[in-house]
Design a protein around this ligand. Structure first.
Ligand SMILES: NC(=O)c1ccc[n+]([C@@H]2O[C@H](COP(=O)([O-])OP(=O)(O)OC[C@H]3O[C@@H](n4cnc5c(N)ncnc54)[C@H](OP(=O)(O)O)[C@@H]3O)[C@@H](O)[C@H]2O)c1
Length: 322
């Protein structure tokens, strides 16, 4: 089968198309014919081996997982003898980041617990946009942010892969949503249901009088003290991503700020899990959430897809079709 393979950490051009052995499923695994995958920040970490700490999971000197690709949507071709939930022909999707990656290939073997049935009303491309970015947005809002109906919620970095899901999911939880993005993304934020849209190139929301119950920092940079000021009493700040400065401030100062005041400030790490994927399937099937796709690349164009993603201004998700 064809697969994207890399043997050393580096820039996107270390990714090569190669012929490799088609995998054989173990007893608890499903063999899936991959139709689509997508690009996430986690793929960049895996590609570059940066930050260095990530190498303790991904391989110290060279990549432990030679075929990258976390998000996956495809069709089951065969199942191991202990597999109970799926059978050949099922259309499935999942996040393989905790089960060996490998989605940038024509076939992949996956433990059944990493999969869910693909929502009927989505294409493979749309489904492949969801597992990492959608579940990240869900877990940050619901589990870490404890979002409640009627709250004023601000999403900073609302127009990328995670942000476009976060706006829609926050609306679904009944929040009043303010989306922060650049000028050319304002229409998409409105179309996703945002009640207010702030153009970060013209206005710094941390300097306005407005206060929020929950702020989700998906991208960009503001000092953690500025986020704190923009929270209402008892408000919550959750840092998903953004500049390194933002990440380290949230990790180091967040716990201390939370101890000494009435505001909770923390960072957050997504973890793939089947029940959250099923939760996302329900949101997709009911039409309450729709993936936003900026562009699709073919498997042999993965390097170009990574270069595009690295620029940091995608509108929704970047998809790989297999
Ligand atoms: N904690 C976790 O477990 C976890 C999981 C997944 C992702 N992440 C992190 O989440 C972040 C976003 O991931 P993603 O997949 O959504 O990335 P993405 O698709 O590349 O997001 C890009 C978006 O960020 C926006 N942006 C760039 N600079 C901004 C700024 N100064 N202020 C506001 N928005 C800005 C861009 O909008 P404009 O073009 O309008 O500037 C673009 O739409 C990354 O840092 C990633 O590391 C964390």
């Amino acid at each position: 089968m064809k697969a994207i393979v890399y043997t050393q950490y580096g820039p996107p051009n270390v990714l090569q198309v190669k012929e490799v052995e088609k995998p054989i499923p173990k007893d608890n695994e499903v063999l899936v014919k991959v139709h689509a995958s997508s690009v996430n920040y986690g793929n960049l970490v895996l590609l570059k081996g940066k930050p260095f700490l990530a190498r303790f999971a991904f391989g110290l000197l060279k990549p432990k997982y030679p075929i990258p690709g976390g998000d996956m949507a495809g069709q089951v071709e065969a199942v191991g003898k202990d597999v109970k939930e799926f059978q050949p022909g099922d259309k499935v999707y999942g996040d393989l980041s905790l089960s060996g990656w490998g989605a940038y290939a024509e076939y992949v073997t996956v433990p059944e617990k990493a999969l869910a049935l693909k929502p009927e009303n989505t294409t493979f491309e749309e489904a492949a946009a969801v597992p990492m970015a959608g579940v990240t947005a869900l877990q940050a809002l619901r589990d870490k942010g404890k979002i409640k109906s009627g709250q004023k919620v601000l999403i900073n970095g609302a127009s990328g892969g995670v942000g476009t899901f976060a706006v829609q999911i926050a609306k679904e939880f009944g929040a009043e949503v303010t989306a922060v993005c650049s000028t050319r993304k304002m229409d998409i934020a409105t179309s996703l249901g945002a009640d207010f849209v702030i153009d970060y190139t013209k206005e710094d929301f941390t300097k306005s009088e407005e206060r929020y119950d929950l702020i989700i920092a998906v991208n960009g940079y503001h000092p953690i003290s500025a986020y704190k000021r923009a929270l209402r009493p008892n408000g919550t700040f959750v840092m998903i991503g953004g500049s390194e400065k933002q990440l380290y401030q949230a990790m180091l100062l967040g716990p201390w700020f939370s101890m000494v005041g009435d505001k909770k400030m923390s960072s957050f790490l997504q973890r793939a899990n089947q029940s959250d994927l099923v939760f996302m399937s329900e949101l997709l099937e009911s039409g309450k959430v729709k993936p936003v796709i900026e562009r699709s690349y073919k498997l042999n164009e993965v390097s170009a897809a990574f270069k595009h993603f690295e620029e940091g201004h995608a509108q929704g998700k970047i998809i790989i079709t297999v």
